[in-house]
Ligand binder design. Structure first.
Ligand SMILES: NC(=O)c1ccc[n+]([C@@H]2O[C@H](COP(=O)([O-])OP(=O)(O)OC[C@H]3O[C@@H](n4cnc5c(N)ncnc54)[C@H](OP(=O)(O)O)[C@@H]3O)[C@@H](O)[C@H]2O)c1
Length: 289
């Protein structure tokens, strides 16, 4: 059963079962296997890049809230922490997804064609604001093309493939993780030009997509998460265990506490149709483009 026919998914499935029952037939034979969360009355989130950092923290917190979590990453066999989390939480399923592999994206969308997705959380990206080869005069153009492909086009590839699932859901939200570094107005430090360009490009893409999908009731949020202390370095018992870049971030007050993940989930929960296409910081501040 394709999700495009599932505006009234649950009632449609129910009616079909009733008809089979009335006719004395079981819906078996060539029926396609249901995906793991099909028919669930819990909301579902699909998170990209959920093997590490923000993505892993989102998977953990959404699971704790009782959501169904489709936690995707490009190498599940190496995702030890995510696999351990999934082993402890039956509402997390780990799936392989490289966000620029169109074959893989299409296969996963098909696998979940019976599952409405309330929140499509576009978290995966090549995140190079602080650490990457980032300065003019030293740009590796092959690498730069990959950053633009993953951080801009990959987000759209996943959004378009899963749009039917989002459309069929109750909440109908696509949340694209951007960065304050994508703001042209607030750009005062000349570093990370490729990453900044990728996030500014993502902002434009998602703003345009939001305008396109507004009539369908889809809410697209463009959200800058800041650097969240997902490892809880702020409370580390052994200060030597804190990486030096994080020590600096803590010192200059640029590290958001782990609770910022919960704040973002609350922000996502509260999104209304009029918030579509708005560029939010995790604090709820509206960022100028
Ligand atoms: N941390 C920050 O300071 C900060 C600030 C502002 C915005 N953000 C944004 O917040 C999001 C999460 O950041 P983060 O700090 O958690 O980043 P991170 O630690 O660098 O993790 C990035 C994630 O994206 C995945 N990824 C990269 N390319 C992928 C691809 N082609 N297909 C699928 N997954 C891919 C990585 O998978 P692998 O492990 O397989 O590489 C990893 O899971 C990103 O969009 C980032 O730009 C972060």
């Amino acid at each position: 059963m394709s999700i495009v026919n599932q505006g009234a998914r649950r009632s449609g499935f129910f009616v079909a079962c009733m008809l089979f029952a009335i006719a004395g037939m079981a819906p078996s034979g060539n029926a396609v296997a249901e995906s793991v969360f099909a028919g669930s009355d819990k909301p579902t989130v699909l998170i990209t890049g959920s093997n590490a950092s923000h993505g892993l923290a989102f998977a953990e917190e959404y699971a704790a809230l009782g959501w169904n979590v489709i936690a995707t990453c490009r190498s599940p066999e190496k995702a030890d922490r995510l696999n351990a989390l999934a082993a402890e939480n039956s509402n997390i399923v780990v799936e392989e997804l490289d966000i620029v592999d169109q074959g893989e994206i299409a296969a996963l969308a098909e696998k979940y064609s019976d599952t409405p997705i309330d929140v499509l959380l576009l978290n995966a990206a090549i995140n190079t604001f602080r650490f990457g080869p980032v300065r003019f005069g030293r740009v590796d153009y092959e690498w730069a093309l990959e950053v633009l492909k993953v951080n801009i086009l990959g987000q759209l590839m996943v959004s378009e493939a899963f749009l039917p699932h989002v459309t069929a859901s109750e909440q109908k939200k696509i949340v694209a993780m951007t960065s304050t570094g994508g703001s042209i107005v607030e750009n005062e430090i000349p570093i990370a030009p490729i990453y900044r360009a990728s996030k500014a490009g993502l902002n434009m893409l998602m703003k345009t997509y939001a305008l396109t999908l507004k009539r369908k009731g889809i809410i697209i949020s463009i959200m800058a998460p800041g650097t969240v202390d997902t490892e809880d370095y702020m409370n580390a018992e052994d200060p030597d265990s804190v990486p030096s870049n994080y020590k600096t971030m803590i010192k200059i007050g640029r590290l958001a506490p782990r609770t910022a993940i919960d704040d973002m989930i609350r922000l996502i929960d509260g999104l209304e149709p009029e918030d579509t296409g708005v560029y939010y910081e995790w604090t709820g501040r509206v960022i100028p483009w």
